[in-house]
Write a protein that binds this ligand. Structure first.
Ligand code: HEM
Length: 234
């Protein structure tokens, strides 16, 4: 006979599976978001056109946002629950079934990188999603004089503040470290790992983490270097 729903909900296996399933949504979003953001290198038209296309999705965009927010909330909630249970059982913060061959630094810092990403999430929404992308903060010096460059201009001006730029670099590296362990761990939690594929999954996990960290970090670094060298944003 199977477990009754209430018992099932309270098992740590179930909680780990929720953390893993929600991770899939979050990782896919982060990769898609990175791909979109890299359009900043193609200039204001390409970057703003991409953002506009997303906004034009209307209701569909809201469905995606709600799914993502739900995944984020569940991910954080069940991670805290698991950490509490493991601490009670004297297993450390978040026991991992098979840490052999793992990258211990990324595994041991999951809670800290997770906390930084959590904090970053609110700062980030305030910076770009809730900010006015048409106002004075979008006005950038270009080779043809000052121009309002919309969302591109907002991102550009935001990273001219060195504190924000450094905070973003730290936050995206924290995201990368978190994923470098998180992706391989989600395969394990869902029972999708097999000794034969474990090294490949671990490599894939570290590669995804590195791409996310370096890819996002290139954006504030590019803004600052280009500003110092050319003095114009487009
Ligand atoms: C240099 C790094 C980043 C840049 C330049 C950037 C840029 C942006 C911009 C411009 C927006 C607003 C999009 C719009 O209104 O159309 C946005 C929204 C968002 N970003 Fe980022 N982002 C970065 C890193 C990240 C990371 C690492 C995460 C996740 C860990 C993230 C998660 C989000 C979320 C959840 C939203 C809200 C999406 C929505 O409103 O639909 N971003 N980002």
């Amino acid at each position: 006979m199977g477990l009754r729903p209430r018992i099932l909900l309270s098992t740590s296996v179930f909680k780990k599976q929720i953390v893993a399933i929600t991770s899939i949504f979050l990782v896919l979003y982060i990769i898609g978001h990175l791909a979109g953001n890299l359009l900043i290198f193609a200039g204001p038209e390409a970057f703003n056109a991409y953002a506009e296309k997303l906004h034009d999705l209307g209701g569909l965009l809201w469905v995606a946002r709600i799914v993502l927010l739900a995944a984020f909330v569940l991910h954080v909630y069940f991670t805290i629950k698991l950490a509490q249970e493991n601490r009670k059982a004297g297993l450390g913060r978040y026991a991992v079934a098979n840490p052999k061959g793992d990258w211990p630094f990324a595994r041991r810092t999951m809670i800290y990188t997770g906390l930084l990403v959590f904090f970053f999430f609110f700062v980030h929404l305030n910076d770009f999603t809730f900010a006015d992308a048409e106002g004075e903060h979008s006005v950038v010096m270009t080779s043809n004089g000052e121009a309002n460059l919309g969302l591109y201009g907002l991102v550009w001006n935001s990273f001219l503040d060195p504190f924000r730029a450094v905070f973003y670099v730290l936050a995206v590296f924290a995201t990368g470290f978190h994923l470098s362990h998180g992706v391989q761990s989600l395969f394990q939690s869902l029972g999708l790992d097999h000794p034969r594929y474990t090294p490949t999954i671990r490599r894939l996990s570290v590669i995804i983490g590195a791409i996310v960290a370096v890819g996002f970090a290139l954006i504030p670094v590019y803004v600052i270097i280009r500003h110092l060298i050319t003095g114009v944003g487009a």
